[in-house]
Write a protein that binds this ligand. Structure first.
Ligand SMILES: [Zn+2]
Length: 175
């Protein structure tokens, strides 16, 4: 129960003031709280959605046997703890459905591939391709989402992530 605060502040892009468009990051390898502990700790309207019951844009999203905690106070769109995912429904509902699914799949990528952001991105786009919800047009929506209008350092990061995601999307071998 002690690690969440510290980990909440660690979230890569969430920590960048004023850069709300960034979202999606997080690491998840060390042991953490259970979903119940997490939900109890953040309080408010946090809600645990059992595996297989989460719907985004009317479609069921699964990440193996992992539940998702909906936490409206999360300082980011999504996060991953070992064994469960977290989404901020207030933020997530404001982005296009494809972007929502990508956020979920990215956090799912951390479950299976560890803390590396690029690897989680790649996992997410390849999963979207296999599951049929991600087209190259959808990928461009995601790129718009992570690329702010200005050429600051985060823009560079967003562009770089997109470049890598386009490669992964086109790559028939699964990463
Ligand atoms: Zn991430």
């Amino acid at each position: 129960m002690r690690l969440d605060e510290e980990r909440l502040t660690r979230r890569l892009f969430g920590a960048v003031a004023g850069a709300l468009a960034f979202a999606v990051s997080t690491t998840a390898v060390i042991a953490g709280p259970t979903p119940e502990e997490y939900a109890a700790h953040v309080g408010g309207d946090a809600k645990i959605v059992p595996p297989g019951e989460l719907k985004l844009g009317g479609h069921k999203m699964t990440c193996g046997q992992r539940p998702t905690v909906l936490d409206g106070q999360l300082d980011d769109y999504g996060a991953a703890y070992p064994g469960f995912l977290i989404l901020n429904p207030r933020l997530v509902e404001k982005v296009p459905v494809t972007v929502r699914k990508w956020i979920f799949a990215h956090e799912c990528g951390h479950q299976f591939r560890g803390p590396d952001e690029e690897t989680a991105d790649c996992f997410a786009v390849q999963r979207g391709r296999r599951q049929g919800w991600l087209t190259s047009e959808g990928l461009e929506e995601i790129c718009q989402f992570i690329s702010p209008a200005k050429g600051d350092s985060m823009h560079f990061s967003g562009s770089h992530r997109c470049e890598q995601m386009r490669k992964c999307f086109a790559d028939p071998s699964i990463k």
